[in-house]
Design a protein around this ligand. Structure first.
Ligand code: BGC
Length: 746
């Protein structure tokens, strides 16, 4: 291996050690890549654009592959699902020692919400509204993943989604564009760190470009039809934010957008991503997405598909094999411009240079680091704190929570009480499902003695077998308080896991009913694990408290116990609306008003935009989340009621912790542009701050507003601002009435 490296050095292809990345460095890398590419054959260049899966994990349909052979022939530039020091070492050795030019491989993997130490699913994590925590979770994930030879994560998924039926809503940051954009940046920073040449930083990948979160009928991979205004205002900004944060790679989406599949969509890749946003990293397809252009009905065969994807700006082909099989032929037939292959190859090689792989292809391969990095106590402590901060207390009637540690007997009932398998959620990389994760049962055992705890499983998540009900009901009767731990299985959200029914699955709702019937006056808390907004319309009337903990990760059970017993005060707030039923979907906080909104004075008025069977309001709105303490908002001030195009105004409010416990509050700023050349949503989140207030403490929270915050895409698709009247509020959730106004003047 050393010979090969020194040979590369001798040829002037490799000159640098670990330096901080700079524009001079970018030029250096470019020069090195150019000089390397002069020595590459067309087939070797195409090889760099090819990626196949290793066998450490499976994240899509199995495609026959011949990895060792392809690497040796110079027909592979990257691999997914290949990690561990031993595994990546052996594969890298083939690339470095057995190929003509010794170009190192790039190893990618889906490190989505942790690698070994698993954090809450991303939708949960977003409910912390805590950018520092999001960044920390990504940093820890990068530490653990890079210690196992991984150079590149296929994350963050920054798809905005207002579609709870869609299983992958669990992987994103919810329904809001502003919050989603801030979170996208935090992930990118966490994964990529400040210097990609350090062996503990990895390339991030903004996915899935674009609008994957808006599939028709909530069905995965399904068609997306939307106006360009909505695309630009709602679905693209988190991707732009990722570019601004320096994300190195992008992934195409599986869906089509207005008739053109994303993977062959010149408009989004060439016009927007490259030209408008100036992205200069590389674009990888989603799994077999080039081949899928055929069943989409966009390419006549896989060869045609390879051409269309390359021409749209795709650089790397994940799993379809089309680049490997057809690009050379297409060049020879003069059907594609070889320059496009050079460009793709160059972008991929640049990423390898930035990672320092030409400096040392084995720099991520260190047995000692692999052994000592995973599950560090500090990582687990952070995972516990983050899981608690990500949980949302949806309801807390009669102060059912927190539970006193001195309660004589507490019944813990439900299929997820002792679970160590589902608790880490879907897309949990190499998170251990066989005993490493802390179950709720283990968590509560830190707080209670064994004779305080009664337990019954009651039923399974999905099976229709109610033979455990009797025991569960007996246990509930013998207790002073009841905690139900229920929800979805982890496989019920994530990829290809759409649901048309948003109820708690199986016979769990029936068990809840029977337990309430048997215990009409006892406090019942429902702890919910799930990967999407659920329809809890019945449950809100049956239980006192609801604690939404999503799939909280490796330390999930410990965090749940911290919240149940008041060691930690809940502070998470929803980043996605919970509907009253599936018929309200899509329902989100920043809808349009319509020409016939329901009048406040007469909600039942006829011929208004409503339903005859259910109210328009959600069950739990975006931004909602309760605390064990109370926060009072007072003294709203606006520094001026006029904002000029070049000026700024300040909005402030005083928040006081009036309750009996210290706590965090997520303070939200919303605006409403009353009249636009294109109608604007009834409210839009434009800022937030998470503050900590001790009991009795007050703080003034300030937001600065400039004309930039008021821009939107007009009919000419110009991102611009229009003078006029704006309503403003600083509120604890999206459920409020505007009371203040200002004018934007030219
Ligand atoms: C998913 C991507 C993922 C890829 C590689 C696909 O099926 O849509 O999000 O990164 O597989 O595992």
């Amino acid at each position: 291996m050393m010979n090969k490296i020194s040979e590369i050095v001798k040829h002037g292809l490799l000159l640098i050690g670990s330096l901080t990345f700079s524009s001079t460095m970018a030029q250096n890398y470019e020069a090195k890549v150019d000089s390397l590419m002069k020595r590459m054959t067309l087939q070797e260049k195409i090889g760099q654009t090819v990626m196949y899966s290793g066998s450490w994990d499976q994240t899509g349909p199995i495609v026959g592959s011949n990895n060792g052979k392809y690497i040796r022939e110079g027909n592979m530039g990257g691999m997914l699902n290949a990690f561990t020091v031993r595994g990546t070492h052996d594969l890298q050795k083939i690339a470095v020692e057995e190929t003509r030019l010794g170009i190192p491989l790039l190893f990618g993997y889906d490190v989505i919400h942790g690698h070994r130490t698993i954090f809450p699913i991303n939708l949960g994590l977003s409910a912390s509204w805590d950018l520092k925590m999001v960044e920390e979770s990504a940093r820890i994930a990068a530490e653990e993943a890079s210690a196992e030879g991984i150079h590149w994560t296929f994350a963050p998924m920054v798809d905005v989604s207002r579609e709870p039926r869609w299983g992958r809503i669990s992987e994103g940051a919810g329904e809001d564009v502003y919050l989603g954009s801030q979170i996208a940046k935090a992930y990118v920073k966490g994964f990529q760190g400040d210097d990609l040449s350090k062996p503990n930083t990895i390339l991030a990948c903004a996915k899935h470009f674009a609008a994957y979160g808006a599939p028709q009928a909530g069905r995965d991979y399904h068609t997306v039809n939307m106006g360009e205004g909505e695309l630009r205002d709602v679905y693209l900004p988190p991707f732009k934010a990722a570019v601004e944060a320096g994300v190195e790679t992008f992934m195409t989406a599986f869906n089509e957008i207005n008739g053109v599949p994303a993977t062959a969509n010149k408009f989004i890749f060439k016009d927007i991503l490259r030209k408008e946003w100036g992205f200069n990293g590389f674009v990888v397809t989603d799994y077999t997405a080039i081949n899928e252009l055929v069943p989409h009905g966009f390419a006549k065969d896989e060869k045609h598909a390879a051409q269309l994807a390359l021409e749209a700006g795709v650089d790397m082909d994940m799993m379809s094999g089309a680049n490997r099989l057809y690009l050379e032929e297409l060049v020879k037939e003069n059907k594609i411009d070889e320059g496009l292959i050079n460009q793709a190859c160059k972008r991929i090689l640049l990423a390898k240079f930035k990672l320092g792989l030409f400096d040392d292809p084995y720099r991520y391969i260190d047995e000692e680091r692999e052994k000592t990095t995973k599950y560090k106590p500090d990582f687990l402590d952070k995972a516990r704190a983050i899981a608690a901060a990500s949980s949302v207390m949806l309801q807390n009637n009669n102060h059912a929570l927190p539970i006193s540690k001195n309660t004589k007997k507490i019944a813990f009932i439900g299929p997820l009480v002792k679970d160590e398998y589902d608790i880490i959620g879907n897309w949990a990389a190499k998170g251990d499902r066989n005993g490493k994760a802390v179950s709720v049962f283990e968590g509560i055992s830190e707080y209670l003695t064994s004779n305080q705890i009664l337990y019954a499983k009651g039923c399974e998540i999905l099976k229709e077998d109610n033979s455990g009900f009797k025991e569960a009901i007996n246990v509930s009767k013998a207790a002073n308080e009841i905690v139900l731990v229920m929800g979805e299985g982890h496989h019920m959200s994530g990829e290809a896991a759409s649901r048309t029914n948003l109820k708690i699955p199986g016979i769990q709702p029936e068990l809840i009913k029977q337990i309430r019937q048997a215990n009409p006056n006892k406090k019942i808390t429902l702890v919910l694990m799930n990967g999407r907004p659920l329809n809890l319309s019945e449950e809100v009337g049956l239980v006192d408290a609801i604690l939404e903990v999503w799939f909280p990760g490796t330390m999930g059970g410990a965090a749940v116990a911290d919240l149940l017993f008041g060691e930690v005060n809940p502070s998470g707030k929803l980043t996605v609306t919970f509907p009253r039923n599936v018929g309200q979907v899509p329902i989100y906080y920043n809808m349009k008003n319509t020409g016939r909104p329901i009048p406040e004075s007469n909600p039942k008025e006829d011929y208004k935009s409503n339903y005859i069977d259910v109210s328009n309001s959600p069950l739990f709105p975006f931004g909602h989340g309760l605390s064990y303490t109370n926060f009072n908002y007072s003294d709203f001030k606006l520094s001026s009621d006029t904002l000029t195009f070049s000026g700024e105004i300040e909005a402030s409010v005083t928040i006081t912790n009036t309750g009996k416990m210290d706590g965090h509050e997520i303070v939200q700023l919303y605006l409403h542009d009353k009249v636009g050349s294109v109608t604007r949503p009834v409210k839009e989140l434009k800022g937030f701050q998470k503050i900590f207030l001790k009991q009795g403490e007050s703080k003034t929270v300030r937001f600065t507003i400039t004309a930039q915050d008021l821009k939107f895409y007009n009919n000419q698709m110009l991102f611009d601002v229009e003078p006029g009247e704006f309503e403003i509020v600083i509120a604890p959730s999206s459920n409020f009435k505007f009371q203040h106004k200002f004018n934007l003047v030219d």
